[in-house]
Design a protein around this ligand. Structure first.
Ligand code: PLP
Length: 373
C-alpha cells in the first residue's frame, strides 16, 4: 500500500541532503564544541558557521540566533524571561496560539500574577487589529505574543503591522514563526520583531533542534544554568549534528522556496476545487490561509467524526483532525472553538497540510477515500 503523508504541519520528512550532512557530522565531527583541542574547535567552527548561515536567511546577525532543542523551549524561554527579567507586567496574546505559548502564558500568570489579555479573533481567524490597538493603549510594560502562521487553520498575521503597532506603543513583540520559517521570506531588518522562534522539524530538518532570534541587547536571561554554551543563554552541550542539519534544511528551504511554494499552492487549489465538487456543503476554516495548510469542515454526521481518521489511516493516509480526542470523547480544538459555531463544531474538521513531496495523486487518494465514508 502506498502511504500518503498530508500532515506536514505536524512534522515533515527530512530531506536526503540533510540526512547526508548530519551523518557526516555524526561520524566526523564528534568533538565537544566547548573543548579547546582540535576536535572541539572543528565542532565549534561548524556551529558558528551555520549560525551565520541561519542569520543570513532571516537578515539578522549571527549573535542574535540562539540554538534550542525545539520551538516549545524557545517560546518558554522568551516568555518566561520577559516576565522574570524584563519585568513585563502584561502579555497580550490570542486564544488561537499554539499551546507552547498559551500554556506558558497561563503558568506565568499563575506564578507572577501578570495581566493577560486576549486580542479578539475575527470569524475569518484573523487578528482584530482595532482591538489590539485598544489593548495597547494601556501603558503597563507589555509584551505582545502573536503567531505568524496558525498551525491548525493556516491564517497569517500581518507581522509588519503588528510590529509597527507594538513599536508605537512601546510594547515588546514576540512571534511564534514555527510554521512559517523556511516557508516564506522573513526579513528581520524590514520587520524588526524582538523575538521569534523556529523549529527544524517543520522545514524538513531534524527533530530536537530549534532556534530563537533574540534582538541585540534585549536583556533576556537564561532559562537553563550550568554552562557557557550559546554565550551562556542556553547551557548544555550543543547537538552539533542537529544544528548543522537544521541549517542545511533552512538553506535548502529558501533555495527552493519559489518552486516548492508554487507546486504546493497548486495542490492546495486543486484540493479545494475537488472538495467543492465532492462535498458542496463543506466549509474551509479560516480565510486567506497559508499555502500549505487547508482546514476543512465536512458536511458529515457527528458520529462519523471519530471514525474518519481511523479509516483514512487504514488506507495509509495521514491527515490531522481539527479536534483533540481525550479519553474517548472528542474535544473541539481550541482554535476551531474560537471561529466556528456549535453546529459546525459538531461536524468533522480535517487539517490537511502539504509539502513539496505531495502530488495530485495524493489529493485524489484523499478525496476518493473521503467519498467512501
Ligand atoms: N508552535 C507552533 C505554531 C507549532 O506548530 C509547533 C509544533 O506543532 C510548536 C510551536 C512546537 O514546536 P516544537 O515541536 O519544535 O516544540
Amino acid at each position: 500500500m502506498k502511504k500518503i503523508y498530508l500532515d506536514n504541519a505536524s512534522t515533515t520528512p527530512i530531506r536526503p541532503e540533510v540526512i547526508q550532512e548530519m551523518t557526516k557530522v555524526l561520524s566526523e565531527d564528534f568533538g565537544n564544541p566547548s573543548s579547546t583541542h582540535s576536535f572541539g574547535r572543528s565542532a565549534k567552527v561548524l556551529i558558528e558557521s551555520v549560525r551565520k548561515s541561519i542569520a543570513k536567511q532571516l537578515n539578522a546577525t549571527a549573535s542574535e540566533i540562539i540554538f534550542t532543542s525545539c520551538g516549545t523551549e524557545a517560546n518558554n524561554w522568551i516568555l518566561r524571561s520577559a516576565v522574570k527579567d524584563l519585568k513585563v507586567k502584561r502579555i497580550i496574546t490570542s486564544k488561537i496560539e499554539h499551546h507552547a505559548v498559551l500554556h506558558t502564558v497561563e503558568m506565568l500568570q499563575h506564578e507572577f500574577g501578570i495581566q493577560v489579555d486576549f486580542v479578539a479573533i475575527k470569524p475569518t481567524g484573523e487578528i482584530d487589529f482595532t482591538d489590539l490597538v485598544e489593548l495597547l493603549s494601556d501603558t503597563k510594560k507589555t509584551l505582545v505574543s502573536l503567531m505568524h502562521v496558525n498551525n491548525e487553520i493556516g491564517t497569517v498575521l500581518n507581522m509588519e503591522k503588528a510590529v509597527r503597532l507594538c513599536q508605537a506603543h512601546n510594547a515588546l513583540f514576540h512571534t511564534d514563526t514555527v510554521q512559517s520559517v523556511g516557508k516564506t521570506e522573513i526579513d528581520l531588518q524590514n520587520c524588526p520583531v524582538d523575538f521569534l522562534v523556529a523549529s527544524a522539524h517543520k522545514f524538513h530538518g531534524p527533530k530536537g533542534a530549534g532556534f530563537a532570534y533574540v534582538k541585540k541587547n534585549s536583556g533576556l536571561q537564561p532559562l537553563f544554568f550550568g554552562g557557557e554554551q550559546e554565550k551562556g543563554f542556553r547551557a548544555g552541550t550543543e547537538a552539533v549534528h542537529q544544528i548543522v542539519g537544521m541549517a542545511k534544511a533552512l538553506e535548502l528551504a529558501y533555495e527552493h522556496l519559489e518552486e516548492e511554494r508554487s507546486h504546493i499552492s497548486e495542490l492546495k487549489n486543486y484540493m479545494m476545487e475537488r472538495f467543492e465538487i465532492e462535498f458542496p456543503e463543506c466549509k474551509f476554516n479560516g480565510e486567506d490561509t497559508f499555502y500549505n495548510i487547508l482546514n476543512v469542515n465536512l458536511p458529515l454526521a457527528e458520529e462519523k467524526t471519530a471514525m474518519i481518521l481511523f479509516n483514512l489511516d487504514m488506507k495509509g493516509i495521514a491527515v490531522s483532525r481539527g479536534s483533540a480526542c481525550q479519553s474517548g470523547s472528542v474535544k473541539p480544538s481550541h482554535v476551531l472553538a474560537e471561529i466556528l459555531d456549535d453546529e459546525e463544531l459538531k461536524k468533522p474538521s480535517l487539517r490537511i497540510s502539504f509539502s513539496h513531496y505531495n502530488t495530485k495523486e495524493d489529493v485524489d487518494a484523499l478525496l476518493d477515500a473521503l467519498k467512501t465514508l
